[in-house]
Design a binder for this molecule. Structure first.
Ligand code: C5P
Length: 394
């Protein structure tokens, strides 16, 4: 989605400048045309040559006669699909809030009609100062998108909020903003992910091997296509995706409650989670001791979320199958009254739980059956969403 898009990357004088090199590289690799604009202070931390090498384009400075000819702040402002300032110092934030335009970056931002993302990076005290907070509030009110800085160790010592947000989060926000005009714009999509954990005692639980990767890929793909996404996730080791409302749950019952709440305004529910089918009838209050030679657990069924959830939205389910894949999936589609079911062959070592790839067959209520080759989970997510978009148009 970033291919052939023009991203103006504004870089200001914070020690986090070195991270902007990674951002510029990742955006360029994604196919974007990255036009870098550095403030004078930024060039003291990292030279423009770094960015020229990474983007294949000379950073723009309207006062530098050696800069790219014909590209000044107005041309930049017009050609930008998006402007991203990362890292953004307290100084640039103050200047933009005050409407000051005294260099290429501030002039470009003032002249552009494109969305502007600001990723602040500074010491906690500077970030928390009411002056900075007021300036950020002013910018927010004017439609600027702020990627909140992270908490952690600061270059100047100490620990606090002020570190530049993770590059992954900045890219996620860029994709979310740019996806606004895409084919899921205005739609609300609820996705579930991961494997639920059903407690036995305070230490143990019944779990499964789901990594959550398929659900997270679906949530991010829907976000990138313009949807407002809610992700209801069981515990995973995956980073929280940017631009998505995330609800963390542990058990099937908690997932059921979170889904019921989230679907109130949903157009689509995609249940990619591996929900436990059984839970322990009773949960021991204390850790169960290994005293007896055997232990019998009584299990009872968990609620079937897909079957029980009601509302006027498309329902998409998953079926992890090891035999008679299509026939079994079709049966589930009918039984759970789904619009689409995605069957995956869990006997294939490159498909299913924990892998980055998946081999699925997508079946719709009207019987249309589409078997896809082995693809990345992100590609599978987009193919599923293509079908969802088709159904939403009906
Ligand atoms: O019946 P089965 O577990 O194979 O169905 C899989 C589909 O149903 C998945 O989409 C899964 O998220 C959903 N499911 C559910 N509630 C359960 C079990 C599965 O919604 N208790």
């Amino acid at each position: 989605m970033l291919a052939n898009k023009t991203i103006v990357l504004g870089i200001t004088g914070s020690i986090a400048v070195y991270k902007a090199a990674d951002l510029a590289s990742r955006l360029t690799q994604a196919g974007a045309r990255v036009e870098v604009v550095m403030t004078e202070a930024a060039t003291r931390f990292v030279t423009p040559l770094t960015f020229r090498s990474l983007t294949g384009r000379r950073p723009i400075d309207m006062f530098d006669l050696d800069s790219e000819p014909g590209i000044g702040h107005i041309a930049l402002a017009k050609m930008a699909d998006i402007v991203v300032i990362a890292p953004a110092t307290a100084n640039i934030i103050a200047k933009l809030a005050a409407g000051i335009s005294d260099d290429t970056l501030t002039c470009t931002v003032l002249a552009t009609r494109a969305p502007v993302i600001i990723a602040p990076a500074m010491h906690t005290f500077m970030f928390q100062n009411p002056i900075t907070q007021d300036n950020l509030a002013k910018l927010r009110a004017r439609g600027f998108i702020i990627v909140e800085p992270a908490c952690g160790r600061l270059a100047s010592g100490g620990i606090g909020q002020g570190r530049l947000a993770e590059i992954e989060k900045i890219i996620g926000t860029i994709k979310q903003v740019m996806g606004k005009s895409d084919d899921l714009a205005g739609k609300c999509v609820v996705v579930t992910a991961g494997g639920t954990q059903e407690p036995i005692d305070p230490v143990r639980y019944i779990g499964n091997r789901s990594s959550g990767k398929m659900g997270y890929a679906l949530a991010k793909a829907a976000r990138d296509r313009g949807a407002t996404v809610t992700l209801v996730t069981a515990p995973t080791s995956l980073p929280e995706p940017a631009g998505i409302e995330v609800t963390h749950i542990r058990t099937a019952t908690e997932m059921k409650e979170a889904v019921a709440k989230a679907v109130s305004r949903a157009d689509v529910l995609i249940m990619a989670a591996a929900v436990a089918d059984y839970q322990s009838k009773s949960v021991a209050k204390a850790k169960i001791k290994k005293e007896s030679p055997s232990l019998t657990l009584e299990l009872v069924r968990t609620p079937d979320i897909l079957t029980e959830v009601k509302g006027n939205f498309l329902k998409v389910g998953f079926a992890a199958e090891s035999e008679d894949i299509v026939a079994n999936a079709r049966r589930k589609l009918d039984k759970k009254n789904l619009d689409l079911i995605v069957a995956n062959d869990i006997t294939d070592p490159e498909s299913g739980f924990g892998t980055d790839t998946n081999k699925v067959t997508i079946i719709s209520k009207d019987g249309k059956t589409e078997s896809l080759p082995l693809l990345s989970k992100r590609e599978v997510a987009d193919r599923i969403l293509d079908r969802v978009v088709g159904l939403l148009k009906r």
